[in-house]
Write a protein that binds this ligand. Structure first.
Ligand code: NAP
Length: 309
C-alpha cells in the first residue's frame, strides 16, 4: 500500500509527486497518456516563473516528471476506471491493476471542450484539431481558423502563424477574453485576422475539411468559407476552454453543477485523506503556477494526514 497515489501527471500531479517524494512518502503517480496534461498542448510558456524561453508545455512537464522521479515517485501508465475512497485504505481501480494507498491526490484536470456542431467529430484529425503543437505542422502554407477568444485561442493562433499563411481567430463576441499582453502581440501579427461575433455552425468535408459555415450571432447571417481550390483544405483549431475530468468522482466527492470539485484552501475534499488539485478543482485561476501550488499543498497535507492517522 502506497502512502499516496496521485491520479494525473499534469503540473498539479507532478508538483504533488515532487513534494510527496521529497517528504519520503511512497508515491505512485498514475497517468493514462503522456505527462503534461492540458499544458502539453501549449507551445509557449510565457507566465510560469523561471520557464525557459525555448520551453514548450511538454518540455516543462518532462523536466517536472524527471525531478519527481529523482525523489522516488513511481510512474505508471494506466487508466483509472473506479475509485473506492472511503476508509483508511483507498483503492484506485485501473484497467490493468488495482492499487491501494492511505491517501489519494486527484489531479485529473480537464479535456478540450467541443463545439458540438455537425461535422466536428467526423472531421477530427482530418482538419479539425484541439492541439496546435501537435497538428500545426500539417497546415504549412494553408489557411487556418482558430476558434475561441481566450488565452489559449490567441496564443495558439500566434503559434499557428509559424506554419499557416493566414490565421483567422473566430470569436463569439467582439472583444477577446485573452490577457492584454497576448492580445497586443496578436493584433501586431500580420498573419492574424479576426472574425467577430461569430460561431461555427457546421464543418463540412469528404474525409477532409473542405468548408465551414459561420453564423453571425448578432444578425443570424450564415456565411460559408470554402477551401481554396489549390489548397483543397484548411485547418479548424478549437480552443474554447475545457471541461473538468471528474465523471469518476460524481456521487463520491462534492462538486459544483459543472463538475468542478469543491475543496478548502488546503485541497481537502469532503473525504478524509482525499485531496483534489489543479484544473479539476473549483478555483479562480487555472494556470501552471496555481496547479503546481495546489499540488505542493496537497502533498504536504497528505503527509500531515499520514502523521495523524
Ligand atoms: P477560456 O479562458 O475559458 O476561454 C474560452 C474561450 O472560448 C472564450 O473566449 C469563450 O468565449 C469561448 N467559448 C467558450 N465556449 C464557446 C463555444 N461553445 N463556442 C464559441 N466560443 C466559445 O479557455 P482557454 O483559453 O482554453 O483557457 C483556459 C484556462 O487556461 C484559462 O484560465 C486561461 O487563462 C488558461 N490559459 C492560460 C494561458 C497563458 O496564460 N499563457 C494559455 C492558455 C490557457 P467568451 O469569451 O465569450 O466566454
Amino acid at each position: 500500500m502506497y502512502d499516496t497515489i496521485i491520479i494525473g501527471a499534469g503540473p498539479a500531479g507532478l508538483a504533488a509527486a515532487l513534494y510527496a517524494g521529497r517528504s519520503r512518502l511512497s508515491t505512485l503517480i498514475i497517468e493514462k497518456g503522456a505527462v503534461g496534461g492540458q499544458i502539453a498542448l501549449t507551445s509557449d510558456i510565457e507566465n510560469y516563473p523561471g520557464a525557459l524561453h525555448e520551453d514548450t508545455g511538454s518540455s516543462l512537464c518532462e523536466r517536472m516528471a524527471e525531478q519527481a522521479k529523482g525523489f522516488g515517485a513511481q510512474f505508471v501508465t494506466d487508466t483509472v476506471v473506479d475509485l473506492e475512497l472511503e476508509g483508511s485504505e483507498k483503492k484506485v481501480v485501473c484497467q490493468d491493476q488495482t492499487y491501494s494507498a492511505k491517501t489519494v491526490i486527484i489531479a485529473t484536470g480537464g479535456s478540450p471542450k467541443k463545439i458540438g456542431c455537425s461535422g466536428e467529430a467526423e472531421l477530427t484529425g482530418k482538419g479539425v484539431s484541439y492541439c496546435a503543437t501537435c497538428d500545426g505542422f500539417f497546415f504549412a502554407d494553408l489557411e487556418v481558423f482558430a476558434i475561441g477568444g481566450g488565452d489559449a485561442a490567441v496564443e495558439e493562433a500566434m503559434y499557428l502563424t509559424k506554419f499557416a499563411r493566414k490565421v483567422t481567430i473566430v470569436h463569439r463576441r467582439d472583444q477577446l477574453r485573452a490577457a492584454a499582453s497576448i492580445v497586443e502581440r496578436a493584433k501586431a501579427n500580420e498573419k492574424i485576422h479576426f472574425l467577430w461575433d461569430s460561431v461555427v455552425e457546421e464543418i463540412k468535408g469528404n474525409d477532409i475539411v473542405e468548408s465551414i459555415v459561420f453564423k453571425n450571432v448578432k444578425t443570424g447571417e450564415l456565411t460559408t468559407h470554402t477551401a481554396d481550390e489549390e489548397d483543397g483544405t484548411f485547418g479548424v483549431f478549437v480552443f474554447i476552454g475545457f471541461d473538468p475530468v471528474s465523471a469518476l468522482l460524481r456521487g463520491k466527492i462534492t462538486m459544483d453543477a459543472v463538475g468542478y470539485v469543491i475543496t478548502d484552501d488546503n485541497m481537502h475534499t469532503n473525504i478524509e485523506g482525499v485531496f483534489v488539485v489543479g484544473d479539476v478543482r473549483q478555483k479562480s485561476l487555472r494556470q501552471v503556477v496555481t496547479a503546481t501550488s495546489d499540488g505542493a499543498i496537497a502533498a504536504m497535507q497528505a503527509e500531515k494526514y499520514l502523521h495523524e492517522h
